[in-house]
Design a binder for this molecule. Structure first.
Ligand SMILES: [Zn+2]
Ligand SMILES: [Zn+2]
Length: 379
């Protein structure tokens, strides 16, 4: 097997040496190992293009080099196709070939240049190859991918638009619910849609002080917050003659914390119902034992617009100790729940952001000390 046996022995030796490198020296070693990996990718590409030209894949019964790579090297189709494109294009792009062979650019950057040559032709890439290589040495692969798209647009604006339109056609969003009630989200967005959602989520998913949520949990909360703001703000178009909203069905037992409530035909834990009903962001419909709605007296629970203004002026932010979220993030929490006889008056109300409202209901934290000096007590 040529010199691969010797390289194997050297890799074993390298593994032993790396074990002895002090932690502080690992960064430089990692950069060097990447460089060697890239050089090996170049050797692989040079051998692959000869293999491809000689149609050696056929001797193994494969129909193409891509399918041979999938079968023999167990690569994914996408990965195999990328390696074949790179191998074929390196032969036409001497600068890129030399840069990968010496390890000064990364495999991913070389693959992006090869893909660009596939889109606009090797001649066009050859004319701008030096500029691309300078960028490849300075940028991470994500930024360089954008750079190659700018390059492609300069040469072939129509082709770039056609690519973008193809991506746009792939957009989709599935929201499905398991029997356990949990929702699954799955989808694809084009560049513009994805960037728009990303910046909205970023604006809503910053960590709170001593926030123990993972970034993924914060993004999930941000998406729900986005929906809540739209529903609360009444800015959504009507559906079936009504503004879209959630309808909360519950019994007096639910409000005492003893029975599940219901929202959009899903059972909800009683404590969640108490939170949702706390600030009346959604109108609770209380049912008697016969399932008939009974009047609850809105005055008993509803924060009036003037009370809401006074509450915002008094609290100015979420009142959970340490939280500085502004009033748009918050809702009015009854310190003593209205269902337990707590009055809807300012001394019994405090602004809480969505996260902290959840903590004091479902999370079983308690707010004590009175509205002037609220303290949070963990469960
Ligand atoms: Zn509450
Ligand atoms: Zn808060």
């Amino acid at each position: 097997m040529c010199s691969t046996a010797r390289i194997d022995a050297l890799i074993d030796e390298l593994e032993c040496e790396i074990q002895r490198v002090h932690d502080a020296g690992l960064g430089d070693e990692l950069v060097e190992i990447r460089r060697v990996c890239n050089r090996l990718e170049a050797v692989f590409a040079h051998a692959l293009v000869r293999f491809d030209h000689a149609r050696e894949f056929a001797t193994d019964g494969a129909v193409s080099t891509v399918s041979w790579l999938r079968h023999r090297c167990r690569l994914s189709s996408g990965n195999a196709a990328e390696k074949v494109t790179l191998a074929r294009r390196l032969a036409e792009l001497p600068g890129t070939d030399a840069a990968l062979t010496s390890g000064v650019i990364d495999y991913q950057h070389a693959a992006l240049i090869a893909r660009t040559a596939d889109k606009v032709g090797a001649d066009n890439v050859l004319a701008g190859e030096n500029t691309l290589l300078v960028a490849a040495r300075q940028m991470d692969a994500g930024a360089f991918a954008a750079q190659t798209r700018f390059f492609q647009h300069c040469i072939d604006a129509d082709g770039t638009l056609a690519d973008a339109n193809q991506d746009h056609e792939k957009r989709r969003l599935h929201l499905s619910q398991s029997l356990g009630g949990i929702f699954f989200l799955d989808g694809l967005l084009d560049a513009e849609g994805g960037a728009m959602l990303q910046s909205a989520l970023r604006a809503l998913s910053g960590p709170l002080p001593e926030d123990n949520r993972t970034p993924a949990q914060r993004r999930a909360d941000a998406l729900v917050e986005l929906a809540r703001r739209q529903l609360d703000g009444g800015g959504l178009p009507q559906a079936g003659g009504q503004k879209p909203h959630l309808t909360l069905l519950l019994t007096e037992e639910t409000l005492k914390g003893a029975a599940a409530g219901e929202v959009d035909r899903l059972p909800l834990p009683a404590e969640t119902v108490r939170r949702l009903a706390c600030d009346c962001a959604l109108t609770p419909i209380v049912l008697n034992e016969a399932g008939q709605p009974i009047a609850m007296g809105a005055a008993r629970r509803t924060v009036s617009p003037s009370q809401a203004r006074a509450l915002r002026a008094r609290d100015r932010m979420c009142r959970f100790p340490g939280c500085d979220r502004t009033p748009d993030w918050t809702r009015a929490h009854h310190l003593r729940h209205w269902a337990d006889g707590g009055p809807t008056i300012l001394p019994n109300l405090a602004l809480l952001c969505g996260r902290h409202h959840w903590l004091v209901h479902e999370g079983r934290w308690r707010l004590v000390g009175g509205v002037a000096n609220l303290q949070a007590v963990p469960p």
